[in-house]
Each structure stands twice: as C-alpha cells, then as structure tokens.
Design a protein. Structure first.
Length: 260
C-alpha cells in the first residue's frame, strides 16, 4: 500500500515553494522521496526555504529564481529543472497572493496584479511544463493551489475577496481545462485550502491560536488550517494513488465547504 504514495525517483518543481503552503508541500514531496526544485521571484527567500527544509528534514532541495508571470522566466525554469534533474514528473503551482478591498472600491492595479500572479502564471507553467511532459512521454502530475474562495465567496472573513475569489474561480476552471487538454497521460488537479495561517496571513489573523480557532468555530474541525494540512493531499495527487483522478479539487478545509 505504501508504494502507492512513494515518490522515490520522481522529479518535482514547486512554483511558489519559498514559504507558506508551497514550502510545506515541497517538504512533503521531498520526504516522500522526490527530488524537488523550488522557484520564486527572490533568491533570498529561496535560500531561506532551502535551509529551513534542510534543517528540518536533512534533505537537499534545488532552487531557481524567476517570476512565473513572465513567460520567458517559465521557459527558463523548465530548462533549468530538466538540466538539473533530467526530467520533471510533478509540477505544483503554489504562487499567488490576496489583497482585500470592498467590491465597490477594488483598484484596477491590484486586480490586474492578482490575475497576473494567481492565474496567468499558472497558465504559463501548465502550458510549458505540460508541453515538456507530453513531448517526452512523461506520466505527469500537475497540482494547482486553489482555495475554498474559488467556490464560496463569503463567511469566515470572506468579505473584500472579490479579486481573490475571481482568481481562484479561474484556477478551478483552468485546472479542469488542462485536465482535459493534457489527458490521459497527465493528471491535473487542485488543492483548495480554507483560511490558513501562513506568513502571508500574519497581520490578517490574530497572533494567538485560541482566537484563530474561534474564528473557525463554525467549521466541523473547529480550527483554521496550517500549511502542513496540505502535505497529504499533495502527496496523494503527486503519486500513483491518484492515477484515476483528474480535473478535481481536494479541499483541506476543516469541513467548511460541507456547511453550505
């Protein structure tokens, strides 16, 4: 049974792997046996994540600095990953951010920046890594980071999320579209977390765990999410255990989407 989830010998690229959920997923894939390359815009953040993963697990990972919203950077990332690892079996898209504004006051600049980082960059990575996988006969796995906000707009701090909800709704359909385009040899799925205590959320959420969990008291799990909650779903979607799953989203959301 454990072989179903074994990633030994697999090569993975995690875009947005230098913090939060992306870093946790990178760590999980490495622990499951994959060789991992993380990518982000800043080398400083990548070096920090590389060291933190090494200190925690004893495992070495690679990194490549680039902006996934620039197509030339994505092409360079594919080339660097293939040069360093020989191939790419797994792509994780964990890039993106959220800025909250009332729907009647959402600034055009922030709207465009969010769609560029949250959606266009995923199109570029799915496009170029998918092209590589198809062209080289790779039985690949692509995992996109969506959110409960892709299907549920309000509740649990959802107000002000017009831009974020719109981008994550787009990620949901991008995932389904690429699952159709890249099948049958490549499975494309998504992970849709609930509100998660990541570095990006520091400042948006209370600093003490009790208060944070009170925010999520209406969910069956009665707590908010943490980056490690996405490790298991990512390993499942990256492994042979999910070979008949494509175009789907797994919601590690403490039951939020089960409650209406």
């Amino acid at each position: 049974m454990t072989k179903l989830f074994d990633l030994t010998g697999k090569k993975a690229v995690v875009v947005g792997g230098a913090g939060g959920i992306g870093q946790a997923i990178s760590e999980g894939l490495a622990e499951a046996g994959a060789q991992v390359m993380i990518s982000s815009r800043t080398e400083e953040a990548l070096k920090r994540a590389q060291k933190e993963i090494k200190d925690k697990t004893g495992l070495d990972i690679l990194y490549f600095a680039g902006d996934a919203s620039r197509e030339k950077d994505v092409e360079a990332l594919v080339a660097a990953a293939v040069k360093e690892m020989g191939t790419v079996d797994i792509l994780v898209n964990s890039q993106g951010f959220n800025k909250k504004f009332p729907g009647t006051e959402f600034p055009e600049k922030e709207w465009d920046e969010m769609f560029s980082a949250n959606v266009k960059s995923m199109m570029f990575t799915c496009k170029h890594f998918g092209k590589f996988m198809l062209g080289h006969g790779v039985h690949g796995k692509i995992i996109n980071l969506s959110s409960v906000r892709g299907i549920r707009a309000i509740g649990n701090g959802g107000m002000g999320n017009a831009g974020y909800c719109a981008t994550k709704g787009a990620v949901e359909m991008l995932t389904k579209s690429y699952a159709s385009d890249l099948g049958p040899t490549i499975q494309v799925n998504a992970i849709g977390p609930t509100i998660t205590y990541t570095p990006m959320m520091v400042g948006m959420l209370p600093d003490d765990e009790v208060t944070r969990n009170n925010i999520a008291a209406s969910m069956p799990a009665q707590r908010i999410g943490y980056p490690d909650d996405c490790k298991g779903p990512a390993i499942f979607l990256a492994s042979a255990a999910s070979d008949f799953v494509t175009g789907s989203t797994i919601y590690p959301d403490g039951g939020l989407t089960a409650c209406g």
